[in-house]
Design a protein around this ligand. Sequence first.
Ligand code: SF4
Length: 329
Amino acid sequence: MERILSGMRPTGQLHLGNYLGALKSWVDLQEEGYHCFYFIADWHALTTEYADPSQVAEYSMEIALDWMAAGLDPERSVLFLQSKVLEHAELHILLSMITPVSWLERNPTYKEIRQELKDKDLATYGFLGYPVLQAADILIYKAHYVPVGVDQLPHLELTREIARRFNHLYGPVFPEPKPKLTESPKVPGVDGRKMSKSYNNAIYLSDSPEEVWEKIRPMVTDTRRMRKTDPGEPEDCPVFDLHKALTPQDEREEIIQGCRRASIGCIECKRILYRHLMEQLDPIHERRGKFKAHPERIMEVIIEGSKRAKAEASVTMEEVRRAVKLWHP
Ligand code: SF4
């Protein structure tokens, strides 16, 4: 069975952007029969949250709840917590010995995130080195595929480069993981910028139907539509970006015509969007309610999943230690 590996940082509640951009495709991969390993990247959360890690543990459990609500099934996918599998840290150390600093400094997201999170001091060893930890996360399970959007391809390439360097120095241990290109639709927040908890513009998986509508109703639209009689251009409207991710093609065509001819109002257009969004969110809410009533079950899933992950990671680490020729009994 081919293996898939991916993870999420527990830095906040999951929102629609996380769902449409990653989680939905994770569920699809599980349904397609891949052997999936999905982890809560709590050590990665510390790269930016080290000064106040008080919420990381709570968000970790929230994420597990949202994953299961979205359809990840612990019977078929291994759902686990990174910090419960210490082998990730051991492999990280060994890989950090062979990774040139210049490879890390040229990582485009290194500069981008430092720019984005200006209020945090990210001039740390841990933040510069997070792609090495990421490589350890992937390689330790000898994953065949990593689900990525086109924009994340350079990250995976770095993991592949590290695997090549390790194999070159110590012998062939790691297969090079391949990208599994997933659809990564543009998901704007209610203010038109990228959906993000730090912009305070997100629709959360935990939002009630009323809260969802209260966020969609005042959403920014094409500024040309000052009045209902003014024609607009859907391609310049964030609401339409969400339609692209949620509304079937034929209905989208009608919206395009209606908007350009001013025969449909923005509220009506948002109602259509709301209907399609709730088609996705209703089953998630239903499952979320059931799981939320049994937090001990979520905890159990993560502990059990972490044990399964650890068993796999230990086998790889035995091989790695032997390859690096470190003494071991
Ligand atoms: S009708 Fe729809 S697509 Fe057109 S501007 Fe209004 S919300 Fe946007």
